[in-house]
Design a protein. Structure first.
Length: 132
C-alpha cells in the first residue's frame, strides 16, 4: 500500500476507531469513454430518426418541423467534432442505413468488395475511427 493510502487509513482508524479497507477505483480509459459516449449518441440519434419515420408512415404525423431546432443544434456540433467524411458516414448510418425502403443497407469496400461491419454502433465506431 502506498504511503498516501497508509496515511489515510491511519487517520480513519484514529478518528473513526475502525479498520477501513481502502480500494483504488480504476478510471475508465478516455478512449473507452469516447467510444461509449459516441455509441450512445449514435443509437439515440438513430432511435429519434426511426421514431420520426415511423410516426410519419404509420400515423401520418410529421415531426420534422418539431425536431428541426434540435437538429439545428446537433449539426454544428457534428461539424466541430468530425471531419466531412466522418460526418457523411454518420449521417448515412443514422438516416439511411436503417430506414431505406429496400431494407437495411450495407457498406462495402469499393476496392475489395468486402462488406464492412456496421450493424452495431460499436462496429461502426471502429470503422469510422480506424479508416478515416
Amino acid at each position: 500500500m502506498s504511503d498516501k493510502k497508509d496515511s489515510i487509513k491511519k487517520n480513519l482508524e484514529d478518528i473513526l476507531k475502525v479498520s477501513p479497507k481502502i480500494k483504488t477505483l480504476k478510471r475508465t480509459p478516455q478512449k473507452i469513454q469516447h467510444k461509449e459516449r459516441f455509441c450512445e449518441m449514435l443509437e439515440s440519434l438513430k432511435y429519434v430518426n426511426e421514431r420520426a419515420v415511423q410516426m410519419k408512415t404509420e400515423i401520418g404525423v410529421d415531426f420534422i418541423l418539431y425536431e428541426e431546432p434540435f437538429f439545428a443544434i446537433i449539426e454544428p456540433l457534428m461539424m466541430f467534432a468530425f471531419n466531412k467524411k466522418q460526418q457523411a458516414l454518420i449521417n448515412w448510418w443514422i438516416y439511411e442505413k436503417w430506414t431505406h425502403p429496400e431494407g437495411v443497407l450495407i457498406l462495402t469496400d469499393q476496392e475489395s468488395g468486402e462488406e464492412i461491419p456496421t450493424d452495431t454502433a460499436e462496429d461502426f465506431y471502429e470503422f469510422l475511427f480506424s479508416a478515416l
